[in-house]
Design a protein around this ligand. Structure first.
Ligand code: F6P
Length: 324
């Protein structure tokens, strides 16, 4: 192995830049050439490559987003697209790549590896924390802190006006952001995809909270929650059944994906990048590098894609007790 490519793919997440920096510098440390592949798999297909040395990644450890840009490439899902990508990689003399992204990006890498026996290594980068084989994905910790900070602000205005707020957070089909940020921000109720609490229980809980003397409340709703109603429909439903509540909605959206990565994400990115490159140099391929019990662990990409992440439902009970 003489030349390793690095790309970011799928939804960006804070810490991706720190991971790029780690891959580039680990390559330099081992006297391996490193090539930045721009715009994810789309850039791979188009040969959008740039040589990177340790100084090309100065001052990015603290930056959100990804300097390599990201994309969700439809063309790479086709055999034809992957063939073009293979040709561009071999023309450029790239013998392996590290992809920083989520399960869609890993699926692409896995198929590519099978088709062309091309060495690949994955680093989990997504705010959703929905990847098997790692307790933390890059960007998740930062997103949690962002969400808590924003809900703290919403709390200020909610309490000034005695209002109930439904706050929608990201996470796709996983409730990790909602559950953890919800507890961290002291939410009255947390609605997540993994557990359908039902509308009755929501009303019950709001009634109890009113009766116990609380005048404002925050309900955190995961975008994929199973109750089957959008935050706006939830607002209407509650206003209809509990007209005493003045309800507002706040959809946090893409702000959750931005911002300077937390120290945790920066350290994680640095560790994962080192392990990804060194594993390739040891002849390993088709793995995801993750963290389990604070130890860096390799999981076959196939398992990382297919395995289900579990949500700790004990956290819901903790949340209930906290709202007593
Ligand atoms: O996977 C990260 C994520 O931010 C999800 O939480 C969200 O559902 C999705 O990406 C949004 O995707 P897009 O940026 O394409 O709108």
């Amino acid at each position: 192995i003489k030349k390793i490519g690095v790309l970011t793919s799928g939804g960006d997440s804070p810490g991706m830049n720190a991971a790029i920096r780690s891959v580039v510098r680990t390559c330099a440390f081992h006297n391996i050439e490193c090539i930045g592949i721009y715009r994810g798999y789309q850039g791979m297909i188009e040969g959008d490559f740039k040589e990177m040395g340790p100084r090309s990644v100065n001052n990015i450890v603290n930056k959100g987003g990804t300097i390599l840009k990201s994309a969700r490439s439809v063309e790479f899902r086709t055999a034809e697209g992957r063939k073009k990508a293979y040709e561009k990689l071999t023309q450029a003399g790239i013998d392996a790549f590290v992809v920083i992204g989520g399960d869609g990006s890993f699926t692409g890498a896995e198929i590519f590896n099978k088709e062309y026996k091309f060495p690949v290594m994955g680093i989990p980068g997504t705010i959703d924390n929905d990847i098997y084989g790692t307790t933390h994905t890059l960007g998740y910790d930062t997103a949690l802190n962002t969400v808590v900070e924003v809900i703290d602000k919403i709390r200020d205005t909610a309490s000034s006006h005695n209002r109930l707020f439904f706050v929608e957070v990201m996470g796709r089909d996983a409730g990790h952001i909602a559950l953890n940020a919800g507890i961290g921000a002291g939410a009255e109720e947390i609605l997540i995809p993994e557990e359908d609490l039902g509308l009755e229980r929501l009303l019950e809980s709001l009634r109890k909270s009113k009766a116990s003397g609380k005048s404002s409340s925050i309900v955190v709703v995961s975008e994929g929650d199973k109750i089957g109603k959008s935050v706006f429909e939830l607002k209407d439903y509650v206003e209809e059944h509990m007209p005493e509540y003045d309800v507002r909605v706040s959809v946090l959206g893409h702000m959750q994906r931005g911002g300077s990565p937390s120290c945790f994400d920066r350290v994680l990115a640095s560790r994962l990048g080192v392990k990804a490159v060194e594993s390739i140099l040891e002849g390993k391929s088709n793995y995801m590098v993750g963290i389990i019990n604070d130890k860096i662990a390799l999981t076959p990409l196939e398992q990382a894609i297919k395995g289900e992440t579990e949500i700790d439902l004990e956290l819901l009970r903790v949340s209930d007790i906290m709202t007593t």
